[in-house]
Design a protein around this ligand. Structure first.
Ligand code: COA
Length: 275
C-alpha cells in the first residue's frame, strides 16, 4: 500500500519503470517512493542504482521543479542499507560500497539543482536516515523513528551519516545518536533540527506537497543558486561567501530576475520562465 491516497489520485506514473521504486508526477512535482515494503524499504544495491537513475532523469527534466522522496507502506521510510547484501563483504568491498553509494546517490541528491524533500513516513535508520539527510530538508510523520544504528552491527555509517548528522544537529547530539545506536522520535528529531515539521501520518504527503507548492511559486534558477550557495558552506576548501556572490551575480542575467522584479514593480504575481 501507498501512503496518502487522496494526494495520490492526482499523481500519474512517470515513464520510468523500476523494480524497487515508483516514480510519479503531478505537474511540476515528482514523487519517488522506495517500494520494498516487505523489507521495510531497505536499500539493496539495485534500489540504490534505480534511485540514482531516477534522480538523474528528474534532474534533467526541465518540467520537474520539486521532488518528494518517501517510502512505501505505513511502517518505514527506509530501515537501512540491506544488511543481507553486505554482511559477508571484505574491507575492499566495504570501501567500494560506501564510495560508490555516496557518489551515485547521496551526493547526487545533495547537489541536485532542484529541491528534494524527504517525507519520512516511519523508520529511517542507517542508510535510510542518511538518504533523508542528503535531501534538502525533511518532514516526518509523528510515528517515525530515526537513528544511525550502525555501531550495533559493528560498522559505522558509510553514506555520509557521520558528516550530515553533525551538520544538521551539532557534534554532541550526533555523537550521542551514533555512539548509542539509539532511535529518536519524530518530535525529538524536530527539536534537534533533524526534521523541520511533524504531521499525522495521513497528512504527511499533503504537507510535503504544500511545501513543494510554496517552493514552486519562486524562481527555479534562483532556487538552484540558493541550494548551491547553502551547500557551499559545508564543502571543505570552498568559500561559501564567494559562491554566494557568484550565484547572486548570475541571477542578474536571468529572465527570472527580470520577471520577478518587474512583477513586483507592476504589483502583480510573477510568472517565472525558469531561465
Ligand atoms: N536490511 C535488510 N533487511 C531488513 C532491514 C535491513 N536494514 N531492515 C528490515 N529488514 C527486513 C527484515 O529482515 C524482515 O525481513 P523478513 O521478513 O524476510 O525476515 C523485514 O524487513 C521486516 O523487518 P522486521 O525486523 O521483522 O520488522 P520489525 O518491526 O520487527 O523491526 C526494525 C523493525 C526496523 C526495528 C528492524 O527491522 C531493524 O532493526 N532493522 C535493521 C535496522 C538497521 O540496523 N539499519 C541499519 C543498517 S546499516
Amino acid at each position: 500500500m501507498h501512503n496518502g491516497c487522496l494526494y495520490r489520485k492526482c499523481l500519474k506514473t512517470y515513464m520510468m519503470k523500476f523494480n524497487n521504486i515508483l516514480v510519479e508526477r503531478k505537474n511540476a512535482l515528482a514523487q519517488v517512493t522506495i517500494n520494498r515494503p516487505k523489507k521495510l524499504n531497505a536499500l539493496n544495491s539495485e534500489t540504490i542504482h534505480e534511485l540514482s537513475e531516477a534522480f538523474q532523469t528528474l534532474e534533467k527534466d526541465g518540467d520537474i521543479k520539486v521532488i518528494i522522496l518517501t517510502g512505501s507502506g505505513d511502517k518505514a521510510f527506509v530501515a537501512g542499507a540491506d544488511i543481507s547484501e553486505f554482511a559477508h563483504f571484505s574491507v575492499e568491498e566495504g570501501a567500494k560500497l560506501a564510495r560508490k553509494g555516496q557518489e551515485i546517490l547521496f551526493n547526487l541528491i545533495q547537489n541536485l539543482s532542484k529541491p528534494a524533500i524527504a517525507a519520512i513516513n516511519g523508520f529511517a535508520l542507517g542508510g535510510g536516515l542518511e538518504l533523508a539527510m542528503s535531501c534538502h530538508f525533511r518532514i516526518a510523520s509523528d510515528n517515525a523513528k530515526m537513528g544511525l544504528p550502525e555501531v550495533s552491527l559493528g560498522v559505522i555509517p558509510g553514506y555520509g551519516g557521520t558528516q550530515r548528522l553533525s551538520q544538521l544537529v551539532g557534534k554532541g547530539k550526533a555523537m550521542e545518536l551514533i555512539l548509542t545506536a539509539g532511535m529518536i522520535s519524530a518530535e525529538d528529531a524536530k527539536n534537534c533540527g533533524l526534521v523541520n515539521h511533524v504531521s499525522a501520518p495521513e497528512d504527511l504527503l499533503a504537507l510535503a506537497q504544500k511545501l513543494a507548492d510554496k517552493i514552486m511559486r519562486n524562481s527555479s534558477v534562483a532556487i538552484s543558486g540558493a541550494i548551491k550557495s547553502v551547500n557551499a558552506n559545508f564543502e571543505v576548501g570552498v568559500n561559501g561567501f564567494d559562491v554566494e556572490i557568484e550565484e547572486f551575480d548570475n541571477c542578474f542575467g536571468t529572465q527570472d530576475f527580470k520577471e520577478g522584479t518587474t512583477a513586483f514593480l507592476e504589483k502583480r504575481k510573477p510568472n517565472f520562465p525558469g531561465n
